[in-house]
Design a protein around this ligand. Sequence first.
Ligand code: FAD
Length: 385
Amino acid sequence: MSLLSDSPPWASEEHGMFAEMVRRFFAEEMAPNIDAWVEAGVVGRDFWHKAGAAGILGGAVAEEHGGAGGDIGFDAIALYEQARLGDVNWGMGIQSIVIHYIAAYGTEAQKARWLPGLVSGETIGALAMTEPSTGSDLKAIRTSAAREGNLYRLNGSKIFITNGGSADLVITVARTDPEAGTRGISLIVVEPGEAEGFSRGKPLKKLGMKGNDTAELFYEDVKVPLTNLLGEEEGQGFYQLMKQLPWERLLIAIQALGAMDFALAETVRYVRERRAFGQRIMDFQNTRFKLAECKTRTEVLRAFVTQSIGRLIDGTLDAATASMAKLYGSEAQGKVVDECLQLFGGYGYMAEYPISRAYADARVQRIYGGTNEIMKELIARSLDV
Ligand SMILES: Cc1cc2nc3c(=O)[nH]c(=O)nc-3n(C[C@H](O)[C@H](O)[C@H](O)COP(=O)(O)OP(=O)(O)OC[C@H]3O[C@@H](n4cnc5c(N)ncnc54)[C@H](O)[C@@H]3O)c2cc1C
């Protein structure tokens, strides 16, 4: 299966060739490394460099900034292929989000400075919104960026930051005006290598996604130049975040689809080999019905996701529809992976079986990127106008 199985109208020959290239690259360079990443709690920089050199990170970035000048369908394909291979550790999703923030809001000087490194994999990106005291209620963030001459002085902390342990560039959501509510929020780019007072907590131990360096970040009088404000105007952060949400949410649905294709392929292979009561597990009607349900959910999601990618490309994907994709996709993934694991019997509970890891990895999809309860709020709001 692939993201392009149904030949969505936005998919060109270039998208098809890119998908084949990415699949080959991941089979050779990602698959053999997943166990080591999980063991180490982080993806090695050599993989970031190789992926950058292969052109995987820059599909949707302008050529003048080191990319291939394509549309966001290229990022969607890479994210799908990663999930279809059973990996959640490499933080390409966040890297893509960071790239799109800089491409959308950065000044020409900022784009020229930051995009080439993000595309080549030399620079690892992170997006720091969540704080220990607030996640869903983003308006309540406390991290401050006070203006002092030609600098901002940042104070505060962030938690659960994907790629946080190794990020070289952290888009930090901070309050530049404590009195101005959402109009007082700005996005400040912090480059840890150059920022005194910036520190990271120990890697967070998680239920799944064990090979990603999810971290807590601390800002103690961190000084960054005013030119690190993303864009030209203070107080635009909340608006900038809201505008990028459709991609962040759709991306989670794309990862869900890849993970469901992965779980199904693993399970079908297993139940066709394993036997009980003199027949294949596949031959029990319960197995066939469960797999039929899982396949149906997967194909419904594929249709929704590929349609939504088309709408994102042509600029018509609204926040409520992207929230529906995130909600439906992550719920369907949880259900499918759970049903698949059951068909493995006791082996499904053993860490060495990839379905067991897929089960643990799936859980967070209902939590991050805005919890599914928040998705329902947003969808309901679109009905109540
Ligand atoms: C592995 C992982 C990676 C992450 N990566 C990042 C990252 O890269 N960058 C980043 O900024 N954040 C990241 N997060 C944080 C994530 O986005 C937040 O955890 C999430 O938004 C929820 O916030 P919270 O944990 O503070 O929960 P809370 O906001 O405290 O919510 C607790 C519960 O209350 C419910 N709730 C809250 N408000 C409402 C409401 N209005 N109506 C109904 N129910 C409600 C929630 O749905 C949830 O069930 C990550 C989290 C994890 C676990």
